[in-house]
Design a protein around this ligand. Structure first.
Ligand SMILES: Cc1ncc(COP(=O)(O)O)c(C=O)c1O
Length: 358
């Protein structure tokens, strides 16, 4: 039976993306590869309508964490510190990356799923005048919370600070205001809202800010990638087949109407799942307005064993996702990215009813 993936990436592939994996073998030192790579870089900028003289998309072979790590170590200048907002696994991971490279960083820890406390942000910035960058996860997949970047971005703009965004699970489906927010860079991946396959990730960086970044690391040094990719090359072997898949996925993305259409598609799907679960007495973790359109978390009703729920749904062809760490015993998560048909959604709702209505 074909499995429908309701985990937050990798996603269920479309036939077109799967077929793209079979395109002809290609050496990454040939001109055809340079054309493929440049086409992807242009299309990634086009997702949010960005101009190539100000912004650069840099492609990496690695998962989303590779892009986040490359962004943090390459964008931070030698001087200055970073404030890292933590309200889930991925914010905490950014702080761990900063620590691993000895980048001066202050973590602003919140309980998982809690919204960003702007009073504490202001206090931390007042107390630490060396902070010039604020790193934050846009959609914190741990809980499904879409961190509200409007106020944070306004604060950064007023104080002359730059944002470093982990947009791994929002890029392509949630609004990112590159014109108004002081974004230095954002990191994302092929295999979530863009519907490609795992193995390619990317950073969209403001060229002028990347030029000011210090040299840290070697394989993940974005400046090295940028220089070579601007010249049609690549410092290291890229995953050619995942590039093909991303190319096909981006073609489908634009044909379907881009970010706004993808947002509406996911929101419609999750609204249906959420409504079904509510009727069955299963409460969402967060209010609707706090959630991304990509993933919602739900409280496990008392007495419900996650493994039993997972296995019952898997037997009907759906793979859901557990909570992480301290939320593992409390929640389960459903994401509706990827190739999911109306009939799949109807079967999913029926499967949820069959499990919870007993
Ligand atoms: C917000 C966020 N950041 C980073 C990552 C890490 O991505 P990867 O597992 O592809 O390294 C994820 C993965 O789900 C994520 O949701």
């Amino acid at each position: 039976m074909k499995a429908i993936l309701l985990n937050p990436g990798p996603v269920t592939l479309s036939d077109g993306v799967r077929a793209a994996l079979q395109r002809p073998d290609l050496c990454h030192r040939e001109p055809e590869f340079a054309t493929l790579q440049q086409g992807l870089r242009d299309k990634l900028l086009a997702v949010y309508g960005l101009a190539g003289d100000t912004w650069a998309a840099t492609l990496l072979t690695g998962s989303g964490t590779a892009a986040v790590e490359a962004m943090l170590i390459s964008m931070m200048p030698a001087e200055g510190a970073m404030l890292v907002i933590e309200n889930g696994v991925y914010g905490e991971r950014m702080l761990a990356i900063a620590h691993a490279y000895g980048i001066p960083a202050l973590g602003l820890s919140h309980a998982w799923a809690e919204k960003i406390d702007m009073e504490r942000v202001h206090a931390a910035l007042d107390e630490n005048p060396r902070i010039a960058h604020v790193a934050v996860v846009h959609h914190e997949t741990t809980s499904g919370r879409l961190n509200d970047l409007h106020e944070l971005a306004a604060t950064c703009r007023e104080r002359g600070l730059w944002l470093l965004l982990d947009a791994v699970s929002s890029f392509g489906a949630e609004a990112l205001d590159f014109a108004e927010w002081p974004i230095a860079a954002c990191a994302a991946t092929a295999n979530k809202c863009l519907h490609g396959v795992p193995g390619t990730s990317f950073v969209i960086a403001r060229r002028e800010r990347l030029a000011r970044g210090a040299k840290r690391g070697m394989y993940l040094d974005l400046s090295r990638y940028l220089a070579q990719q601007d010249a049609g090359g690549t410092p290291f072997t890229q995953s050619v087949q995942t590039f093909y898949a991303l190319d096909a996925a981006l073609g489908e993305f634009f044909a379907a109407g881009g970010v706004a259409a993808r947002h509406a598609l996911y929101a419609g799907r999750l609204g249906r799942v959420r409504g079904t679960l509510r009727r069955l007495g299963v409460a969402p973790l967060l209010p609707d307005g706090d959630c991304s359109c990509v993933l919602h978390a739900f409280e496990l009703p008392s007495g419900t064993d996650y493994a039993a729920l997972h296995d019952a749904l898997k037997a009907r062809g759906f793979v859901i996702y557990a909570g992480q760490g301290r939320l593992a015993s409390r929640i389960f998560r459903i994401s509706t990215m990827g190739e999911i048909g109306e009939d799949d959604l109807a079967r999913l709702c029926a499967a949820l009813e069959a499990f919870f209505a007993v």
